[in-house]
Design a protein around this ligand. Structure first.
Ligand code: PLP
Ligand code: COI
Length: 381
């Protein structure tokens, strides 16, 4: 039987250690037997899974570990989800020394619980830690943390096809510092929440507005990593666009104001004459894991992919357009407006290439399509 530990008023289940690689058959059998408790069917009865949106539903348990700037990261522990004490002088709240990740766990049609390419999130957070002068979290600690968090909150994992468990790892300078310098200590925290579609209206095509006034990132800045400070400056332009009836803004490059960079917090693609185009990674664009997966999927299915500078005028003349990300999945774009000009794509439904890529991506995540790239990472439950 898996171990139940009492943590405050909450019950959390501690995962048994995996058998060592050198461990014998007996060790493996004991591990399998102890974990084979059919937990995969644990599901909350208090949630209307059909009405999930991309919003926060507080769950039971989070994961936390801390280290000083000099010491190595050690595995942390689960604890009840809730506020964490922090110095008013913490680096993260004074100078924005913080990173986040966004990843999803799925309950698949084969009755398994899986992550989609979590190692990529771990590596991207390491690159971000390097940029923001924080101690990178080892991949093994990262993966163990996100696995433990999903296991402990299993009942919040939506049924197959009704959403996903969004997993939010945070790395922050939590120690006090007054001078503008790296914090003396760091916290790595993971929490989870069940989510549905990112954009209102689910997979319906979205209307976007090109921002002519604001930029997301500049060359040499932090746009290529998931720094928390990249996101607040987008809130005002995004709110304004939403008030005017758009789902989100498209940012152009800060140097020439002519090339498409990103759609809010998602990557951009368009299709012209059967070829898929996406802005090349120049350092100001976040290297999305979904973006990379879409490129690999498209190439595998014989679709030519060009990573290049994508002029706004070219994008507006394309046959199809979509944005993608962990939260956004693949969201078809119905129109793009720039000043007085509006470009429409199709009749509000996804174009054929967008639809094909969506079906393939979601099919792999739900295990309705074969995972030919080895992207799924099973969470033992
Ligand atoms: N661009 C930005 C700015 C983002 O915040 C995200 C979200 O993570 C993405 C793109 C998409 O990245 P991914 O596919 O790794 O979620
Ligand atoms: C994601 O897609 O995971 C994001 O981080 C986008 C947004 C929720 C910030």
């Amino acid at each position: 039987m898996a171990l139940r530990l009492s943590s405050g008023s909450q019950k959390v289940r501690k995962r048994l250690p995996r058998p060592s690689k050198s461990g014998g058959m007996l060790e493996s059998l004991i591990y399998m037997a102890r974990n084979a408790v059919g937990r995969v069917n644990e599901m909350s009865e208090d949630i209307d899974w059909d009405s999930l949106t991309f919003s926060l539903t507080p769950t039971d348990t989070m994961y936390l570990t801390e280290t000083s700037a000099e010491d190595p990261w050690m595995p942390g522990s689960l604890r009840p989800y809730g506020p964490i004490p922090m110095s008013p002088a913490a680096g993260v709240i004074n100078y924005g020394q913080g990173l986040f990740e966004g990843m999803k766990a799925f309950r698949t049609s084969k009755g398994r619980v899986v992550f989609f390419r979590p190692e990529e999130n771990a590596r991207r957070m390491q690159r971000g830690a390097d940029r923001l002068k924080m101690p990178p979290v080892p991949e093994s600690v990262f993966i163990d943390a996100v696995e433990q968090c999903v296991q402990a909150n299993l009942k919040w994992l939506p049924p197959t096809g009704k959403g996903a468990m969004y997993v939010r790892p945070l790395l922050m300078g939590s120690g006090p510092i007054l001078g503008v310098a790296p914090a003396p200590s760091y916290t790595f925290l993971v929490y989870v929440t069940p989510v549905g579609p990112y954009f209102k209206g689910g997979v319906n095509a979205i209307d976007l507005l090109i921002s002519e006034e604001h930029h997301r990132a500049a060359p040499g800045g932090s746009g290529g990593v998931k720094a928390i400070g990249n996101y607040a400056p987008g809130m005002m332009p995004s709110k304004k666009a939403k008030a005017a009836g758009y789902a989100e803004v498209i940012y152009l490059d800060a140097e020439t104001h002519s090339y498409v960079e990103e759609v809010g917090a998602a990557n951009f693609f368009c299709v012209k004459d059967g070829v898929l185009y996406t802005p090349e990674l120049t350092g100001t664009i976040l290297p999305g894991i979904t973006r990379n997966s879409v490129i690999e999927l498209a190439r595998h299915h014989g679709i030519e992919v060009v990573e290049t500078k994508v002029e706004a005028s070219f994008a507006m003349d394309a046959d199809e357009a979509f944005c993608c990300g962990t939260a956004a999945v693949i969201s078809p774009i119905g129109s793009i407006t720039k000043g007085d000009t509006k470009a429409n794509y199709g009749n509000g439904t996804p174009g054929p290439i967008t639809q094909k890529l969506y079906t393939q991506l979601v099919g792999i995540q739900n295990e309705e399509q074969e995972d030919i790239f080895g992207w799924l990472h099973e969470v033992p439950v």
